[in-house]
Design a protein around this ligand. Structure first.
Ligand code: NAD
Length: 265
């Protein structure tokens, strides 16, 4: 039960972030919804939080590729909060071999998928420790643990996020208040999860399978994900709620794959 807690979920107008925010709202948390300024999905996402049972929900717009905008975001979100739960989820993808990877894609993916998480964690952790309870859930990826070709910046950023999360978990392991659940920092490592982020890859695989989208998804799964099932965004939401619970008070510094066996191979 997360009643009385406030959660900031970055990138929560779409896909995994939206589903995690909904599950946190169902558990009773107040939700700071976040995405790019002017995101057309903002009002619907805030309404979805209220429908799910959030006592309060508000949208915060900030481009997390820019440190200055993150600093403003965190000030506003702390004023709405204070933030007890931070879910670092906003992320982008671009696939190409290293020789064809545009420099701008490298910079953008490192900024959004890695550096932004440094800035948001730096902003909230001292307050979490002072109040006794804090939960950071970083949405890494199987690509925080293993590699695939054509993903240099993404794999570099996600491995970096897994490493950074371990450092921060150690720094805060004995901070906070044991009776309140302490401060923990963990990653979730999804495998293939159907969201707009993987649509280009689904389309490329579908094109190879004669334009059949379902066959394209099946091909992506059979290559990497032994369960041959997609991860559901709600599965990730349920895991995030568990990591925020009292039962997870002594889980810190880990990455939990939700990948149908991908990283067991
Ligand atoms: P998505 O495209 O559906 O959602 C991404 C969200 O991040 C959107 O709300 C978008 O507006 C926001 N965002 C992107 N760039 C931003 C920026 N510069 N500033 C502010 N907000 C920004 O994607 P998703 O699949 O739900 O991805 C969420 C996270 O899950 C990402 O970190 C991604 O790497 C990770 N992930 C996804 C999969 C998958 O298969 N979909 C697998 C593993 C990990």
């Amino acid at each position: 039960n997360l009643t009385g807690k406030t959660a900031l979920v970055t990138g929560s107008t779409s896909g995994i972030g939206l589903a995690i925010a909904v599950e946190l709202a169902k558990a009773g948390a107040r939700i700071a919804v976040h995405s790019l300024p002017g995101d057309k999905g903002a009002d619907d996402a805030v309404a979805a939080m209220k429908d799910a049972g959030a006592p309060e929900a508000r949208f915060f717009g900030a481009d997390v590729s820019k440190a200055g905008e993150i600093h403003t975001l965190m000030g506003e979100a702390e004023a709405f909060g204070p933030i007890d739960i931070l879910v670092n989820n906003a992320g982008i993808q671009h696939t190409a071999g290293i020789a064809d990877m545009p420099d701008e894609k490298w910079d953008a993916i490192i900024a959004i998928n890695l550096s932004a998480n440094f800035h948001t964690m730096k902003a909230v952790l001292p307050g979490m420790a002072a109040r006794g309870y804090g939960r950071v859930v970083n949405i890494a990826s199987v690509h925080g643990l293993v590699a695939s070709k054509d993903k240099t910046p993404y794999v570099a950023a996600k491995h970096g996020l897994v490493g950074m999360s371990k450092v921060v978990a150690l720094e805060y392991a004995n901070k906070g208040d044991a009776a309140k659940g302490g401060v923990t920092v963990n990653c979730i490592g999804p495998g293939w999860t159907e969201t707009p982020l993987i649509e280009d890859q689904i389309q490329a695989a579908a094109a190879k399978a004669g334009g059949d989208r379902d066959k394209g998804i099946a091909a992506l799964l059979s290559e990497k994900q032994p369960s041959e099932r997609l991860t559901r965004t709600s599965d990730l939401g349920a895991l995030a709620v568990f990591l925020c619970s009292d039962a997870a008070q002594n889980i810190t510094g880990v990455t939990i794959p939700v990948d149908g066996g991908w990283t067991a191979q």
